[in-house]
Design a protein. Sequence first.
Length: 151
Amino acid sequence: MSLKMSIGRKPQDEALSRLSRAQDAYRQGFEACRSGVGLAAERIGPAAQHTREVAAERTLAARGWSAPRLEHAAHYVEADLAPQVSTFLTDVAQRVEPEPPPQRGRKAMLGMMVAVAALGVAGLMAVRRSNTQELIYESDEQKSDTKAHSS
């Protein structure tokens, strides 16, 4: 064997033996933990079960105590508080709402339309009267012309 081979194997054998010892220590520790957990579970199991039972009883008692109080509160809100809040909110809404703007534009427009219509009617009547007077005047002239030609 050469010198290199013997030097190379010693550290490898030593490393394998260290690994083997570490694995053995790991197995022993794991078994100790497993047995410790089992022992702790045996000791704590009954106490945990008792705690669950007590918690369930107390939860049930708390629910029995709170249910009538919640129902009473619901009736109070429905019968007394809700109408008061509704009235309050309605009053606030009426105070907050701005006043409607004045309707001047519509009234002015309506007045102008009535005035224009009245002027139109007056103009139509004036034109008809003028036409009627012209017809009467023409008819009078024709009568006087016919009398003048006949005499």
